[in-house]
Design a protein around this ligand. Sequence first.
Ligand SMILES: O=C(O)c1cc(=O)[nH]c(=O)n1[C@@H]1O[C@H](COP(=O)(O)O)[C@@H](O)[C@H]1O
Length: 232
Amino acid sequence: MPCDLILALDVPTREEAAPILRQLRGQLRWVKLGLQMFTAYGPNYVREVAGMGFDIFLDLKLHDIPNTVGKAVESLGPLPIKMLTLHTSGGGEMMRFAKAAQEKTNPNLLLLGVTVLTSTDAAGLNEIGVGVSPAEQVARLGKLATVSGLRGLVCSPLEVELLRRTLPASTQLVTPGIRPSGEAGGDDQKRVMSPAEAARAGSSYIVVGRPILKAADPAAAARAILAELNGA
Ligand SMILES: O=C(O)c1cc(=O)[nH]c(=O)n1[C@@H]1O[C@H](COP(=O)(O)O)[C@@H](O)[C@H]1O
């Protein structure tokens, strides 16, 4: 199954983003705009990056009462976005409201349910009162998202094989927590894998930010990961 790269464009300013986007135009398809860029520049920046020819994954990780999330999806629907995140831990009713709003406003938009953040390990789950392993919690939330109408999930690459055994084959599995070494490097990511390992496990997409953005030559780092995925 092919696996594509999504660049997490987590930089403070559009000026910092501009050369990276310019150099990767035509080579990279997917750009993820998250809380950092969206809170700074809003919907107009989404339109601008889409206008450069990139497919946009808008990562706002919505999590609120069902009505509020549904209305937010309705407001976002007209934007030129192809993926949008919400937290599955918001529950089945919240996801159904989001799904109904998405179908009404942007039928081609893929809603992605975030399961357990890749920065969370068993101790982190325990801290918030969840006494099962990350894999068990991901499996539970993945199933809930699927029965609530979602066709895509965000999880760690460590859980992909498990989800592939239990969920419909068409489920899109998007995996951040990618570190070229395959090892947690002391930053906030805890459940990690390398790009090639994540692709071989069955990820539909990998999401990579800092390993590209902090490289001396970000465009070259992105190209190297694309080549690694092609060879996986
Ligand atoms: O929804 C996401 O994209 C996401 C979910 C998750 O569990 N973990 C996670 O890291 N992400 C996002 O993926 C990106 C990972 O960035 P790096 O750790 O710099 O590669 C960030 O933009 C995170 O917001």
